[in-house]
Design a protein around this ligand. Sequence first.
Ligand SMILES: C[S@@+](CC[C@H](N)C(=O)[O-])C[C@H]1O[C@@H](n2cnc3c(N)ncnc32)[C@H](O)[C@@H]1O
Length: 238
Amino acid sequence: MAIESLLPAANCLKSGRMTHASPELQSYYAARAPYYDEVYLKPERRSDIALLAAHLPARLAGRRVLEVACGTGFWTQFIAPQAESLVATDALAEPLEFARLRPGTENVRFLRADAYDLPQDLGPFDGAFAGLWFSHVPVGARAAFLRSLHSRLAPGARVVFLDNSAVQCRELPIVERDGEGNTYQLRALKDGTTHRVLKNFPTESELIRLVTPLSRASGFRLLENFWLLEYELAERPD
Ligand SMILES: C[S@@+](CC[C@H](N)C(=O)[O-])C[C@H]1O[C@@H](n2cnc3c(N)ncnc32)[C@H](O)[C@@H]1O
């Protein structure tokens, strides 16, 4: 079955504004899709992953979940069996082709959609998840991404973001910082190309400050290799 695409034409939002989506980031992840999952085989991540494979589904159990930037569906496979329903989106066809082959995701609706312009007709949701995505959102685009996500969620919806802790910088050091506070890594692919990838490592207080005006409860947890942010959307955001 072909993967549905709900991407706006020519990367333009319906309003006519350009999306914050990055062509450089997307070509990097398109090329990396066939071996992306190697990142989950690192022995030092094993115990965090075991914890998360139980924790994430429990936090989203029984909810109608929207997943953003699902990639090859590594976390989707754990969340799907306990969610009431799951719509998993990514901007790219390449990782989605792997995601839809995951056992346990037969009831997941996979489709292409831009995180900055999530379409209205995706369905009603009271849960949301994004793994290893928020770190790729430029500082100046965070509000736009959250607006896009929250506009698809019911009041009181639970949102969970998972991302890399700064431990990742031991292997992939920050090589550049721009005027907005975004940081960049150089990433080599197996085809011999090297890519400058925007990768931010927000602090706990930065994250909590960002979501506090929009949420009624929030919590942050730092594991060895990952951080977790969870919040529930306010009934009526300030
Ligand atoms: C680091 S991967 C995360 C994949 C998966 N969530 C995980 O945790 O393994 C980042 C993903 O973001 C996707 N992506 C890049 N730009 C996007 C955009 N504007 N909207 C939605 N997805 C995007 C890429 O295709 C890639 O699959």
